[in-house]
Design a protein around this ligand. Structure first.
Ligand code: DGJ
Length: 732
């Protein structure tokens, strides 16, 4: 890994064993992109690839008339000179002009990586990464722009963000400040987006790119289930096993834009950052604005390897604290078992049975506080309801811990019901436009987290509940998007800052709680997977993946989630049947076979299942305890897509390739077809493995595949809907 500055050619070459990223200072002083892709050798000068001899109808520099930004591949294009494509940023200056031109002034290269103030970001020790910061200036705007690039030693990854500073004495206004731009030299690519809605999150969809703009975004105040802030730009023939692709992962949890813009000269511009719609940021004298980070990864060997890069990087260099790289506790959550209708006794009964099954952590979900007996009231009043918890949270925690279980509970700190003491006391603390109607979502309003005093107040309330009790886990929910976004604490000309300030408020509450209670495992949640993003992983190392707990639908949701997010971050539970969202009945075995590939837990009352099923649950928990380290942290391979056939499969392989676990699932039976084969991946071709009592070499398993008829004798037949098997493969 290194970053070379070539003084004569004025080029930077960032490289490690796997990738090269090459940047040039263009004649105009702006930064051009020369190359990003598979590692190439270092040369003094790569300017031979810069194509500037086209026929622009307008030139940026009168001396070199052929030189137009439109024909130039850029690193962070400005608005208003000779590039007519999408800009990466726009700054409104005191004279009203938005034209700007930031030119190279200086740079620094240092080991490691700096944190971004108030925002989540990947981190790295000095021997893990190197960072290049290029300082650019616009004299007339009296501003500096810092473009930051970090290359990691072990990963084919470059992390980018930008920082603006007002060095003048008058206010300026950023009206757009994306985090990165890359101009690729051709348009033969497809965009893979991860789209959906509540209960059907992160479904991969592929769009062919061409001239014009293809984009995804969120304007909901959360990153959203509708479009995840992660996308892949791949060659048309790239699949999970082969081919070139770039991943763009936004380390941010609010509004975003990700776009690919093809111009008519064959250039493909990729942009990602905070959504410029609904965004402005006022910079007063001396103030700076830092954008969130985008983690850009490259693969030349298919999407499984791209995903593995994100899994490893996020587990090692994004997730922090006690739970970093730790197997996660097997939990039982009471939500689908009781909803808000519970007493301490009924909770203790569920917990006792969970303990008997081998569960390690009990989670009390929504309904324990204020007047919260249904979803019309109580949010904002983070004080125990004595009718449900007579000895408070501390009392319940004590009783659960006495059983030998750890204990955690649910909060939704960003919200308030109009029917709550908090709202009655502080109606001005919600996001709402005075005099206009406020839209309710699940009968609740959004607290104005852009105001420090609101965050403080919620922190103090939560602190009291947590501090008095023995709490090991917190599920942080967020159940509606932001609407009528207006802050009573903000002057008129700064209302455009509220969406971003809101997210900064969320991050600051997380930071304060983590600092006060460093051992607590946080799980983020937003009506299931409505805010499942890399930003959240910095604070909460796991996320409730979806409110849809149906095993068959979960195959798609977890498969889609695995493209950008580590398996250990995917909250997955076995719930009751018929499933509450789909009405589908699947066996307890299949429900566990799916839920194993995530954090694993139960979302039901284990007193309600048959004795036979309970015995199965006990063995499932034993199985997960034995294998969770491998499942949650091994190399994950998608083997067969649930979006293409009626069967799906995935597997994990240990780092030393001595053990693997395969999951195979029949989503819909096909009568009168041959069972077929399933090709495995990631094994050592020369190693002899044992699977289901038989021996095979790795090359057989990967190239010829396993015969699915092998599993008939385990009670699995192809003509059975929702059948599944999970099998362990060991090197001999
Ligand atoms: C939505 C979450 O996704 C559920 O798991 C549950 O916690 C409910 N909220 C509680 O209101």
């Amino acid at each position: 890994m290194n970053i070379i500055w070539n003084k004569t050619s004025r080029q930077f070459h960032l490289y490690n064993d796997q990738i090269s990223y090459i940047i040039a200072v263009a004649p105009s002083g702006e930064l051009s992109n020369i190359y990003f892709g598979k590692r190439i050798r270092e040369r003094d000068d790569f300017s031979y690839v810069i194509f500037r001899n086209g026929m622009p109808n307008i030139a940026v520099d009168a001396d070199t008339e052929s030189y137009s930004m439109e024909l130039n591949r850029q690193e962070y294009p400005s608005f208003g000179t000779t590039d007519f494509g999408a800009s990466a940023f726009e700054v409104e200056q005191s004279n009203g002009s938005r034209v700007s031109s930031f030119v190279y002034k200086s740079h620094s290269i240092f080991p490691g990586k700096r944190a971004i103030t108030g925002l989540p970001a990947t981190y790295a020790a000095e021997d893990e990464a190197k960072t290049l910061e290029v300082e650019l200036v616009d004299e007339q705007a009296q501003m500096t722009l810092l473009l930051s690039y970090t290359i990691f030693e072990k990963y084919p990854v470059v992390a980018r963000h930008a920082e603006f500073k007002n060095t003048g004495s008058t206010k300026v206004k950023l009206t757009k400040a994306l985090s990165c731009c890359i101009d690729l030299p051709d348009q033969d690519y497809e965009m893979v987006q991860f789209a959906g809605a509540w209960a059907r999150e992160r479904i991969p969809e592929v769009r062919k790119l061409t001239g014009g703009t293809t984009s995804i975004e969120s304007k909901r105040g959360v990153s959203s289930a509708n479009f995840n802030p992660f996308m892949i730009i791949k060659r048309p023939n790239t699949d999970d096993f082969a081919g070139d692709a770039f991943g763009f992962s936004f380390v941010y949890s609010g509004n975003f834009l990700a776009a690919a813009e093809g111009n008519t000269y064959g250039r493909l511009r990729i942009l990602m950052g905070i959504n410029p719609e609904r965004f402005t940021w006022v910079l007063k004298e001396g103030e700076t604005f830092e954008t969130p980070e985008v983690v850009i990864a490259y693969t030349s060997t298919g999407l499984n390897s791209l995903s593995q890069t994100y899994h490893r990087l996020y587990n090692n260099n994004l997730v922090r604290g006690k739970w970093k790289n730790k197997p996660r506790p097997i939990l039982n959550n009471n939500w689908e078992a009781t909803f808000m209708d519970f007493t301490e006794d009924s909770i203790l009964k569920i917990a006792a049975k969970a303990k008997e099954a081998g569960v390690e952590l009990f989670v009390l979900d929504d309904g324990w506080f204020g007047e919260r007996n249904d979803d019309f009231a109580g949010l904002g009043d983070w004080v125990e309801n004595p009718a449900k918890l007579p000895q408070g949270m501390a009392g319940l925690a004590r009783k659960i811990e006495a059983m030998g279980l750890k204990f955690g509970f649910w909060i939704e700190p960003e919200m308030v019901n109009p029917n709550s003491n908090l709202f009655r006391r502080h109606p001005e603390w919600v996001l709402a436009v005075p005099g206009r109607k406020s839209s309710l979502g699940r009968h609740q309003l959004v607290l104005d987290f852009s105001r420090e005093e609101v965050v403080d107040y919620i922190y103090n309330m939560l602190y009291k509940v947590i501090n008095g009790a023995s709490i090991s886990y917190i599920k942080w929910d967020m159940n509606r998007p932001l609407t009528e976004v207006f802050s009573n604490g903000c002057p008129a000309q700064e209302q455009g800052m509220v969406y971003h300030k809101y997210i900064l408020g969320v991050y600051s509450l997380y930071s304060r709680l983590i600092e006060a209670f460093p051992d607590i495992l946080f799980e983020s949640c937003s009506s299931g997977g409505n805010r499942f993003d890399a930003g959240m992983l910095y604070y909460a190392p796991q996320a409730w993946c979806s409110d849809n707990t149906d095993a068959i639908d979960r195959l798609r949701i977890q498969y889609g989630s695995s493209y950008g997010y580590p398996i250990v971050s995917i909250g997955s539970h076995v719930s009751a049947v018929p499933n509450q969202q789909t009405g589908r009945t699947t066996s307890i075995a299949t429900r566990a076979n799916v839920a194993y590939f995530g954090t694993f837990g139960y979302e039901l009352d284990l007193n309600e299942i048959s004795d036979k099923e309970f015995d199965e649950v006990k063995s499932q928990i034993e199985f997960m305890k034995e294998h969770r380290e491998l499942i949650q942290y091994g190399d994950f391979y998608r083997l067969r897509s649930p979006f293409e056939t009626d069967q799906t499969a995935w597997m994990v392989v240990s780092e030393d390739r001595k053990r693997a676990i395969v999951g195979f699932y029949c989503m819909r039976s096909n009568v009168n077809t041959l069972p077929g084969f399933l090709k495995l991946a990631g094994l050592d071709p020369d190693t002899l493995y044992r699977m289901e009592g038989k021996e095979y070499y790795g090359d057989e398993l990967m190239n010829m595949g396993i015969t699915l008829s092998e599993f008939y004798k385990k009670g699995f037949t192809i003509s059975e809907d929702f059948a599944s098997f999970v099998t362990v493969i060991d090197a001999i």
